[in-house]
Design a protein around this ligand. Structure first.
Ligand SMILES: NC(=O)c1ccc[n+]([C@@H]2O[C@H](COP(=O)([O-])OP(=O)(O)OC[C@H]3O[C@@H](n4cnc5c(N)ncnc54)[C@H](OP(=O)(O)O)[C@@H]3O)[C@@H](O)[C@H]2O)c1
Length: 314
């Protein structure tokens, strides 16, 4: 399918790709590379054999990189109808963070209703999606945010407790919020929180790791190699003997490889878009930038101060 893009989602991973540090981008495309995992737009042409989609249809799509464009060509199975409850900007920012959160919670962690889950960066893209999906799964959600202006967003997304780690002692409050520990902790910070995230698991408990953004600089746009190497050395390695004795699991994944898993992708998007139509999921707050000001959008998301999603408009 070929589509004219109306909006393009920005993800933290796009910055990591830009810095040349994203392994699956290297493996699947290589550099030079155009970032961009998701778009919303209008179909302009369909390939031979595609009968259920016609030019003029409003769609959203996941793109295996290359989304930062006025037009994208993607395989049919990566294209979905635009839900009536989302505008183009909200829809462009929807699939990557919700698929990431869905995969973490429903494919990997499988929390039971009533489970306590701890979500780091709970006002960000994936974090706020995890908060909403955690509520759908019937969990008690404790969200952690890095600054006070994010507290309201995390609460609005449905967190039962919000810990503002810029003002509160994160782990002391986390212990008060769930004295028996957490059934699931979802962590994309990396070394800055991983040891304590693991230490605060219940028995049984699952730590889901899906990013390492605390290794990256908040300004300057380039990796700081010494810090990167030091953080890499300090990143915990998990011993199977210890995991077994502790009755814990450590899970990790990379969404880049999901786009080829057609069945999981179709099932996940179908459930997510149904929840949107039913009003059970809402789009997080969206901030728009013109496509030619993509550098501003990257500076904003790298600063770690944004809430919800950033979207580019061609
Ligand atoms: N494994 C996968 O397949 C997959 C897929 C999508 C995204 N991800 C990962 O998920 C994470 C969230 O992605 P997103 O696009 O939704 O971004 P985001 O959450 O909107 O923004 C990143 C957030 O991380 C926190 N943070 C902590 N240390 C940071 C640092 N040094 N620099 C920048 N931010 C820092 C900040 O929130 P607080 O200060 O409030 O904590 C910031 O708002 C990223 O690590 C991304 O790589 C992984």
């Amino acid at each position: 399918m070929l589509a004219a893009t109306e909006a393009i989602g920005v993800n933290y991973a796009d910055c990591v790709i830009r810095m040349g540090l994203y392994d699956s981008a290297k493996e699947l495309v290589g550099w030079p590379i155009t970032p961009g995992f998701e778009i919303a737009g209008t179909v302009t042409a369909v390939g031979e054999g595609v009968t259920d989609l016609a030019p003029g249809a409003k769609v959203l799509a996941v793109t295996m990189f290359g989304g930062y464009s006025t037009h994208v060509a993607v395989p049919r199975h990566q294209v979905f109808p635009l839900p009536s409850k989302l505008d183009a900007a909200q829809a462009a920012g929807f699939p990557t963070v919700f698929l990431t959160a869905y995969y973490a919670l429903f494919e990997l962690a499988h929390p039971r209703p009533g489970a306590s889950i701890l979500v780091h960066s709970a006002a960000g893209g994936v974090g706020s999606a995890l908060v909403q999906l955690g509520r759908i799964a019937g969990c008690r959600v404790v969200g952690v945010v890095g600054s006070s202006h994010k507290v309201e967003t995390a609460r609005a997304m449905g967190a039962d407790v919000v810990i503002d780690k810029s003002r509160e002692d994160l782990w002391k409050v986390a212990e008060q919020a769930s004295p028996r520990g957490y059934d699931v902790v979802l962590d994309a910070n990396g070394v800055s929180t991983l040891p304590q995230s693991y230490a605060h698991l219940a028995s049984p408990g699952k730590l889901v790791i899906y990013g390492f953004h605390s290794m990256m600089p908040r300004q300057g746009g380039k990796p700081k190699w010494l810090k990167l190497a030091w953080d890499w050395l300090r990143t915990p390695r998990y011993n199977p003997l210890t995991l077994t004795n502790d009755n814990t699991s450590v899970l990790a994944f990379n969404l880049s490889y999901l786009f080829e898993q057609k069945e999981i992708l179709a099932e996940a998007m179908s459930r997510l878009l149904t929840w949107v139509e039913e009003g059970k999921l809402v789009a997080p707050p969206v901030k728009q930038f013109p496509l030619d000001q993509v550098a501003e959008a990257h500076r904003a998301i790298e600063s770690g101060t944004t809430v919800g999603k950033l979207v580019l408009v061609p």
